[in-house]
Design a protein around this ligand. Structure first.
Ligand SMILES: [Zn+2]
Length: 346
């Protein structure tokens, strides 16, 4: 899949709430980091021409291919480099705000502490803001496709390291493993010890169906945002509940199509959710893995779902309204020149 982004799309200010840091790593960056770290990556994760990643199915992608590629990212400097690379690419395509997802235990897998991983990313966030103006914050994630005891250790690690750029908490990883309610005590532990409020979002309604979204909404506090959530479309009452509760769905159309959740944009429910009044924002999810970008997703929304400029701007405004950053940062972003009357909601 290739994306041609026109000038009008590039000029629209954008904001992204759902992107996994290791998932931003392009094949070129993975090979560069593998070389620097003297790691031999399985060549089967790349296409024959080396230009993209390849996978058999969704599970193979999110577990085997993802973790094999992520083995190349091993040091604090690596996390700084990949974060800076992504943020500057986003800024060049008109993004003004990014929330990046960290898998807490990913650092453990390569012998890197969680603090080093976060500090590398924080250094890149500062440098990217200085050089381009883009603002970024972090969402830290419990990863559910592992034994519960490991997830409990992740919760302890997260609770003990309240870096100021960590603004949100996520439950990510293979959605079909682990019932959501069992993680409530871990969320409670983090909220009790972190020392300041954290925004709450869960991955739900992507690989698994509406029942996972309902389970997410039953947590305390209920998440304000759902990662993906697109399969709510299978349950009309749930769609109405999401509208009534003003829950934001972080929708990643290209990710959903390439990961096989839907077999084409034509069958993706983005337009139906938008028309039903669900609050949505557009996201790239794993842009390095998929060869897509945030601006590319805005282009896809225009070309395949008929989004107007107004609807694209609405995605940006929804993302900024639902961002987990502090209110001063949010007001700074919303007061940028791009939001002057004329582009505002009528
Ligand atoms: Zn995700």
């Amino acid at each position: 899949m290739s994306f041609v982004i026109d000038a009008q799309i590039l000029n629209i200010p954008k904001a992204e709430l759902h992107v996994h840091i290791e998932g931003t790593v392009t094949p070129d960056m993975a090979r560069r980091k593998a070389g620097e770290n003297n790691i031999r990556l399985d060549p089967a994760i790349f296409s024959a021409d080396g230009a993209r990643y390849q996978w058999r199915d969704f599970y193979h992608l999110v577990t085997d291919v993802y973790s094999e590629m992520a083995r190349a990212i091993r040091t604090r400097q690596d996390y700084e480099d990949i974060t800076y690379d992504y943020l500057t690419r986003c800024a060049a395509e008109g993004s003004i705000y990014e929330e990046l997802i960290i898998w807490c235990s990913q650092g453990d897998a390569v012998g890197l502490s969680y603090a080093d991983m976060v500090e590398g990313m924080a250094a890149a966030i500062d440098r990217a803001e200085t050089n381009t103006g883009i603002i970024a914050r972090l969402n830290t994630a419990l990863v559910r496709h592992q034994p519960f005891e490991n997830v409990r250790r992740e919760a302890e690690t997260i609770a003990a390291y309240p870096h100021p750029y960590i603004v949100g908490l996520d439950l990510a990883g293979g959605e079909c493993s682990g019932d959501i309610p069992q993680y409530q005590p871990l969320f409670d532990l983090i909220f009790a010890r972190f020392g300041r409020p954290l925004g709450m979002r869960l991955h739900a309604g992507e690989a698994a169906g509406p029942e996972n979204i309902r389970a997410a909404l039953a947590l305390h506090p209920a998440p304000l945002r759902i990662g993906h959530g697109v399969r709510c479309i299978e349950d009309e009452a749930l769609v109405q509940e999401l509208v009534a509760r003003k829950v934001v769905l972080e929708i990643c159309p290209t990710s959903n199509v390439l990961a096989g959740i839907y077999n084409s944009y034509a069958n993706h429910p983005l337009r139906r959710l938008q028309d039903a009044g669900v609050r949505i924002c557009l996201n790239a999810d794993d842009p390095g893995l998929f060869g897509c970008s945030l601006a590319g997703e805005y282009q896809v929304a225009r070309d395949h779902f008929g989004f107007s400029d107004h609807e694209l701007m609405q995605s940006t405004r929804t993302a900024l309204a639902a961002a987990f950053c502090d209110d001063l940062t949010r007001q700074t972003l919303l007061s940028q020149r791009a939001f002057v009357p004329g582009l505002r909601d009528p």
